[in-house]
Design a protein around this ligand. Structure first.
Ligand code: FAQ
Length: 309
């Protein structure tokens, strides 16, 4: 056991990868299952807010783009459930835990998409935040998660650009369209900052996850990186970010920003966000409606296995 622990520690210290068949501490396995499952659930639940606009996309081109993006999110969910399975988790059980409210998904998907500009703003801000958080996960110490993140990040970059391009088109449109973009930015800015998780001083998992090189940066570091990256993009777009305290700090070499309303974050995590109940109810309904597909696939797999015998 001591030898196994020493070997694990040496692999982490050498910045090498832990693979599914390697020995790993139970806490490392549990932390990864928790984070990867939450991430997978986020991708699957995250299809809902934008899915809301597929039938109402303004042109065939916008509809094709949005369909492709939402399908990518389903794909990301599937890679991530597969990565969790390499740790011994069972996909059906993870889904049950989500539906029972025992496993989380990202707070951001509990907000409604009220206008078409929200599709662009989700691409720009939500996918932008996701990229900031996920690019370092490509260097995560657990091999299957790190490798899944490479493809996911490439697709997220496309998602971010499609959002920004959509917003540029709207900003070059009518006054009404510009107002629609600004109103949407006002609603999504603060929840996007909350995606990075609680402040470092109140983040129970960060220290251990960084020691295991699952997380490569703390929540506050990544949040700051996102703010620094996004302010010039907002200027180029011609929108204001709804924070009177946002200003460049030459001493720090970063933008200062206002206090996040952590009581709102906690309420959303506790299930009291504007769309928590709706998102879970929809997911439950889709799961129940899909029961016959799972049964048919399992029966087919069994028949196929018997034939091979
Ligand atoms: N929402 O100690 P920490 C996407 C929980 S992007 C809900 O700091 P940790 C792409 C946390 O789980 C979104 N819960 O935790 C897309 C923990 O609870 P637990 C998904 C949150 O794990 C775009 C507790 O608070 N991305 O889907 C949130 O070290 C557009 C204490 O927090 C990922 O999941 C939150 N915002 O750091 C899809 C990335 N923040 O489990 C569709 C991978 C924290 O102890 C459309 N995950 N919590 O009960 C991570 O990088 C990390 O898990 C953090 C949290 C940074 C999210």
């Amino acid at each position: 056991m001591d030898d196994l622990q020493a070997q694990f520690d040496a692999t982490i210290a050498a910045d090498q990868r832990i693979e599914p068949r390697d020995w790993m501490p139970e806490g490392y396995r549990r932390t990864l299952i928790r984070q990867i499952a939450q991430h997978a659930h986020s991708e699957i639940i995250g299809m809902q807010p934008e899915g809301n606009w597929i039938l109402r996309a303004p042109t065939l081109r916008r509809k094709a783009i949005l369909l492709a993006k939402v399908q990518d999110e389903a794909g990301h969910g599937l890679y991530l459930y597969s990565a969790a399975e390499t740790l011994g988790a069972d996909r059906a059980e993870l889904t049950e835990l989500l539906l029972a409210g025992k496993q989380k998904y990202s707070s951001i998907f509990n907000y409604p998409t009220l206008s078409y500009a929200d599709v662009g703003v989700i691409g720009w801000l939500v996918d932008g935040a996701a990229i900031c958080n996920q690019v370092p996960l490509c260097r995560c110490s657990y091999g299957p998660y790190a490798r899944a993140m490479i493809r996911i990040c490439k697709e997220e970059s496309f998602h971010q650009r499609q959002g920004y391009e959509l917003l540029m088109a709207m900003m070059q449109g009518t006054d009404e369209q510009r107002a629609m973009v600004q109103e949407s930015v006002n609603r999504w800015w603060w929840p996007s900052l909350m995606m990075f998780g609680p402040p470092d001083s109140d983040s129970p998992n960060t220290q251990q996850s960084m020691a295991w090189k699952i997380k490569r940066h703390s929540n506050d570091e990544l949040r700051q990186r996102f703010v620094d990256m996004t302010v010039p993009q907002a200027e180029a777009l011609g929108v204001t970010l709804p924070d009177p305290d946002l200003r460049w700090n030459p001493e720090r070499g970063h933008y200062d920003f206002g206090e996040i309303d952590w009581s709102e974050f906690k309420a959303v995590l506790a299930g009291a966000g504007p769309c928590n109940a709706q998102r879970l109810a929809h997911r439950r309904r889709a799961h129940e409606n899909g029961a016959w597909v799972r049964e048919a696939a399992a029966a087919y797999a069994e028949k196929h296995a018997r034939k091979q015998e």
